[in-house]
Design a protein around this ligand. Structure first.
Ligand SMILES: Cc1cc2nc3c(=O)[nH]c(=O)nc-3n(C[C@H](O)[C@H](O)[C@H](O)COP(=O)(O)O)c2cc1C
Length: 375
């Protein structure tokens, strides 16, 4: 599997694999970026800096359900509490010494970016991501921010979109026209709120206890963003949101992402996640005969049609694959499916066609694809 080529090229930034760090606590300084490189990241995106160091409320990171920690996180971490001068003096250099491409993340206003852009460029970063997290929802001022940075630096620039942006296709095209080199989607979603019912208090220390949602819970939102952007522009899209496993990264790639970023996954699993996800991508490529990331990229876009379909045929069943978990039976609100054990570990999948609404739920819960739609 080591022979599989997963390298990608984004705006002439060469990445050994498409799995990048995202701005967050796991990219908070040079040393954490070095650890991400050792953990197998393909490129290093640093924590967002701004003209003033952030005063971060505490607590600032929380799961939303301690019994399902992989579901999602909430955070109110704002941006880096390390002054930009220190990033420029030492932190980017520590990251650059890994030999991997380094992308700075800067925020927020046009004036902030005009000041910080040239400084981080001079510090030798390979590209600049700029966060649109605290700049409102109207895209005209956002375009002005993009133009201000474009005029200030030569290195590739990448706006990172927040999930409240409307008119995504139109907005993406305008960003492309403004000269950005790629688009990152998405940032965390909110404001959101989580209460610890044992204390009746919010888990986070920010304003009203609010935080921003990230992780697997926002993956479908991120996937929709990546697909909408990829259909609208020619510049690369970098997917971010809910990548914990190789299959999550592949989903981003299949809707058009050239690379992915990981934040929540690195908090939950540590820096080895970048290498693990890369290995899982490689395994999927071997198993499915893909030769490159480009081979998989955007493969799903042709199936995303404006017209709805109305499939009324019931799913097919492959009884030999059934493991008797009963998930299909339990989640069939139409009482159309029943699993019967005919002999030890052999099951009949009984589907009552008259009752089946073709809702499709059983085909998506079945872990072995014993109930499936014909493709
Ligand atoms: C604790 C925490 C801090 C974050 N800090 C930043 C940040 O400084 N700048 C930024 O653009 N995004 C920041 N994010 C958002 C992530 O980079 C990412 O866009 C989002 O969490 C979705 O990806 P994920 O599901 O892999 O976490 C932060 C997220 C978390 C959880």
């Amino acid at each position: 599997m080591n022979g599989i080529d997963v390298s990608v090229d984004i705006a002439e930034i060469q990445l050994r694999n498409p799995v990048l760090t995202a701005a967050g606590p796991a990219s908070r300084d040079g040393n954490s970026l070095r650890k991400a490189a050792e953990g197998g990241a393909g490129g290093l995106v640093a924590k967002t800096i701004s003209v003033f160091p952030a005063e971060v409320p505490r607590p600032c990171i929380s799961v939303v359900d301690r019994n399902r920690i992989n579901l999602a996180l909430l955070n109110c971490e704002t941006w880096s509490d390390i002054p930009y001068q220190e990033w420029i003096k030492s932190e980017y250099e520590i990251a650059r010494n890994t030999g991997l491409p380094v992308i700075a993340s800067v925020g927020y206003s046009a004036d902030d970016l005009k000041k910080l852009g040239p400084l981080v460029e001079k510090a030798g970063v390979d590209g600049i991501e700029f966060s649109l997290h605290y700049v409102g929802t109207d895209y005209r001022p956002i375009l002005e921010i993009a133009k201000a940075l474009r005029e200030s630096v030569e290195v590739p620039i990448f706006p990172k979109l927040s999930p409240h942006i409307l008119n995504l296709p139109e907005f993406s095209k305008e960003l492309e026209k403004a000269g950005v080199d790629g688009i990152v989607a998405v940032n965390s979603y909110g404001p959101s709120l989580h209460i610890d019912i044992e204390t009746a208090r919010p888990t986070l220390g920010g304003e009203f206890g609010y935080g921003w949602l990230s992780g697997p819970a926002i993956k479908p939102l991120a996937i929709r963003f990546v697909a909408d952007i990829a259909r609208s522009v020619r510049i690369p899209v970098i997917g971010c949101g809910g990548v914990l496993k190789g299959t999550d990264a592949i989903e981003h790639i299949m809707v058009g992402a050239s690379a992915v970023q990981i934040c929540t996954g690195a908090i939950l699993k540590g820096p080895r996640i970048y290498g693990d996800v890369t290995t899982e991508i490689k395994k999927f490529m071997v198993d499915h005969d893909y030769n490159s990331i480009e081979d998989m990229r955007g493969k799903s876009l042709k199936y995303l049609k404006k017209e709805s379909t109305i499939k009324t045929n019931p799913p097919l069943t492959k009884e030999e694959l059934c493991i008797g978990c009963h998930l299909c039976e339990r989640s069939c609100v139409y009482d159309a499916i029943r699993i019967e054990e005919v002999e030890p570990k052999k099951f009949n999948v009984l589907l009552e066609k008259g009752k089946c609404y073709s809702c499709g739920m059983c085909t998506t819960v079945c872990p072995t694809r014993a109930v499936l739609y014909k493709s």
